[in-house]
Design a protein around this ligand. Structure first.
Ligand code: 13P
Ligand code: SF4
Length: 308
């Protein structure tokens, strides 16, 4: 089927079924273009929680689609490709977090939104890269078990020295492979360029950045900062939105020691227009979670949304 035909069919079904399409910035350009909203994890969660649509087609990885379902359980949430997971989320286990809680009974469990639903059931509060500092600062507990991203956790820990962090040793493979040297190489060619990175990058990389933030915050910074060149230390899918928002700037994507040669999340790319049409037509790949898991996982998510 031609792309135009695919898009027309998606648009028609979306109207007929009162569906909303949500997309993360790392999705393929053509998906970002047909989405009703493109955003970071926090923005998409809030939209999913408040939407009046009957159906949510979530174009992101599994924990994002699960979060939408948990926050708005009456809606039908469809995930175009259920095989699109987040390798970092899969690094944290329910049993492992339970053990840490036993070891540190006075600690509060702070889970990055990049966790599977079962891990959220044993978490006290959820954070995203956009709000982690604010949420952590709002907690009265001094000891924090931070799951699963050791780099986001370590970045926040440095900003809150009064608290003790027990870091789960998880990481995002695409961001981990972005080295400080790759950024410095671009900086040597473009000395006036600003460097914006995601806090999932490793510590050395984050330390030399001019700006550290969520995907949405990177878009905001890169498209509005002074100067015409910005080095972007996050997944390449974001380039589409950057160019749309401000085509007059130059966005440089550094090389990464990944097999793709750049910061590229294969899982985010598993959703396609064909799969979106398929789920809308057949109403398949619905996110279904056990009711008790949804109820328990909703508590730390709603706590987060009360803070931000
Ligand atoms: P954001 O919340 O910044 O969109 O990050 C989600 C993510 O998975 C980054 O790898
Ligand atoms: Fe997970 Fe990293 Fe992909 Fe984000 S970019 S979904 S953290 S693997």
């Amino acid at each position: 089927m031609y792309r135009g035909e695919l898009i027309d069919k998606i648009e028609k079904l979306k109207r007929e079924k009162n569906a909303v399409i949500l997309s993360h910035f790392y999705q393929r350009p053509e998906i970002q273009d047909i989405a009703d909203y493109v955003g970071d994890s926090l923005e998409l969660s809030k939209i999913a929680q408040k939407t009046d649509a009957e159906m949510i087609v979530f174009c992101g990885v599994r924990f994002m689609a699960e979060t939408a379902k948990i926050l708005n359980p009456k809606k039908k949430v469809l995930h175009p490709n259920p095989e699109s997971g987040c390798p970092m989320a899969d690094m944290a286990t329910l049993e492992g977090v339970r053990k840490l809680k036993e070891e540190y009974p006075d600690a509060v469990v702070v889970s990055y939104i990049n966790t599977n639903a079962d891990v959220k059931t044993v978490s006290d509060i959820v954070v995203t890269s956009r709000n982690a500092l604010k949420v952590v600062k709002s907690l009265k507990e001094e000891r924090i078990i931070f799951v699963p991203d050791q780099f986001l956790g370590g970045y926040i820990a440095k900003k809150v020295p009064e608290k003790e962090f027990i870091l789960w040793k998880g990481f995002c493979p695409p961001h981990f492979n972005l080295s400080k040297e790759a950024l410095l190489e671009l900086k040597s060619k473009y000395p006036d360029a600003k460097i914006a990175v995601h806090p999932e990058c490793n510590t050395d990389t984050v330390e030399i950045a001019d700006f550290v933030g969520s995907t949405s915050q990177i878009v905001e910074f890169a498209t509005t900062c002074e100067g015409d060149t910005v080095v972007i230390g996050t997944e390449v899918g974001i380039e589409h939105t950057l160019k749309k928002k401000n085509p007059n700037k130059r966005y440089l994507f550094p090389q990464a020691a990944d097999y793709c040669g750049t910061v590229y999340c294969c899982d985010m790319k598993k959703n396609t227009l064909e799969k979106i049409l398929d789920v809308l037509e057949k109403e398949i790949n619905e996110v279904i979670l056990p009711p008790d898991v949804m109820e328990k996982a909703r508590i730390p998510l709603e706590r987060m949304l009360e803070v931000v």
